[in-house]
Write a protein that binds this ligand. Sequence first.
Ligand SMILES: *[C@@H]1O[C@H](CO)[C@@H](O)[C@H](O)[C@H]1NC(C)=O
Ligand SMILES: *[C@@H]1O[C@H](CO)[C@@H](O)[C@H](O)[C@H]1NC(C)=O
Ligand SMILES: *[C@@H]1O[C@H](CO)[C@@H](O)[C@H](O)[C@H]1NC(C)=O
Ligand SMILES: *[C@@H]1O[C@H](CO)[C@@H](O)[C@H](O)[C@H]1NC(C)=O
Ligand SMILES: *[C@@H]1O[C@H](CO)[C@@H](O)[C@H](O)[C@H]1NC(C)=O
Length: 468
Amino acid sequence: MRCPLPPRLALPGLLLLLLLGLRPARPGTGAAARFQPTWESLDARPLPEWYDRAKFGVFIHWGVFSVPSFGSEWFWWYWQNQKIPKYVNFMKDNYPPDFKYEDFGPLFTAKFFNASQWADILQASGAKYIVLTSKHHEGFPLWGSEYSWNWNAVDEGPKRDIVKELEVAVRNRTNLHFGLYYSLFEWFHPLFLEDKSSSFQKQKFPAAKMLPELYELVNKYQPEVLWADGDGGAPASYWNSTDFLAWLYNESPVRDTVVTNDRWGDGCICKHGGYYTCADRYHPGHLLLHKWENCMTIDKFSWGYRREAGITDYLTIEELVKQLVETVAYGGNLLMNIGPTVDGTISAIFEERLRQMGTWLKVNGEAIYETQTWRFQNDTVTPNVWYTSKSKEKLVYAIFLKWPISGQLVLTQPNATAGETEVKLLGHGQPLSWTSLKPNGMMVQLPQLSIHQMPSSWGWALKLTNVI
Ligand SMILES: *[C@@H]1O[C@H](CO)[C@@H](O)[C@H](O)[C@H]1NC(C)=O
Ligand SMILES: *[C@@H]1O[C@H](CO)[C@@H](O)[C@H](O)[C@H]1NC(C)=O
Ligand SMILES: *[C@@H]1O[C@H](CO)[C@@H](O)[C@H](O)[C@H]1NC(C)=O
Ligand SMILES: *[C@@H]1O[C@H](CO)[C@@H](O)[C@H](O)[C@H]1NC(C)=O
Ligand SMILES: *[C@@H]1O[C@H](CO)[C@@H](O)[C@H](O)[C@H]1NC(C)=O
């Protein structure tokens, strides 16, 4: 099958360019296509700057798996392929014997889905970008895909273009960057299974489904994050990933701002593409030379909503703040996941976590957004102290997650200079007094505050001016 045409060029225009021996130019630069469809060329693309500055995004897993909302968003696979008793019994106990996964489609009503309400909650979380599962491994697009007839959110279930509604609401009501997740493979798509049984010598599925759908998705919704996932064990050459990414970076409507991740084919993860995700809930434990993202989920056991989840299954706000601080101190972004319900609501527990994070970031965001890593990521002597910096302004931030009983916080790494160094607690006006420690480091005298005077809960940040 032919490659879909770049969006702005009609066929005669393209032919003319080809006849003239030119590649379609980037408007404004007049330059030829900058990126070749090779990893060498694509991997050299600098990541658009907004992404590293953003630090915090919200991941949203929503789809037909939100209808059973039981166990995991991998429900279909665990039930019918793995035949895990928990899932098999759930179906036996609750549905007629001939009930198929496809029968969940019409039950995905999204009855109370209000994209404006979502956008307002997402904005309140302090996130700077969101990533919605436009299609998970079940193959159900949340938009009216032309390549998934009768198995998409416009023709089935909600009968609404979920992707469009959220895109409009987010772009209209917030300053968040709008991003989309897309699963390359589909567990049970007949063409994928046929290709797989040819050891991926055949490329029927990418040609008929995945590639046209990806071009459609980018042209229609212009995502600024394109979060690929689910290589199905097939190499990037099977998915034609480098051709697609060259188009994305050279020609697509988001060529200047889009960021992508590293899940573009077997063997790509942590190696090729845009930023690295490496693994779910990734934490390198040391500085990486490459930008990375920690994607994790508030529900410890699932990305999709689970009706059976109890309160202890959800990470606490203290644990989430720790994840954010630790991730940013090591140079990563945090992509924190919620799973909306079948009705299209963000459950009260997820909404609370999001709003709590926003409350914390309102005071301490200065120590997170637009920061860089520092010489040290955490204090080597005092536990639960994490460092970030803004080198241009000569600022170091020490974020501490335990308020010391003594009221004195020992910072082992920053060296202070009398008459030059200033220490402030974010959200608290007056500079704090400090003393130098021998042979290195400093001790900061924290203010005596009642619980009602605390600038924030769950963690605090010291702003250190002129330390080395
Ligand atoms: C959707 O949410 C917005 C924001 O909260 C609200 O103003 C609007 O009335 C809601 N729309 C409906 C149909 O409930
Ligand atoms: C965007 O928001 C404005 C003001 O809130 C509203 O009048 C307009 O209809 C919205 N546009 C869309 C496409 O929703
Ligand atoms: C995939 O890439 C190959 C080699 O570049 C090309 O021949 C083929 O047409 C591409 N397929 C699609 C669907 O783009
Ligand atoms: C804190 O820093 C020390 C020394 O750099 C390191 O060995 C330790 O693993 C770090 N702790 C955490 C939780 O990252
Ligand atoms: C901090 O001071 C100690 C003691 O003078 C010194 O050994 C260390 O190199 C200093 N650190 C920096 C980054 O200057």
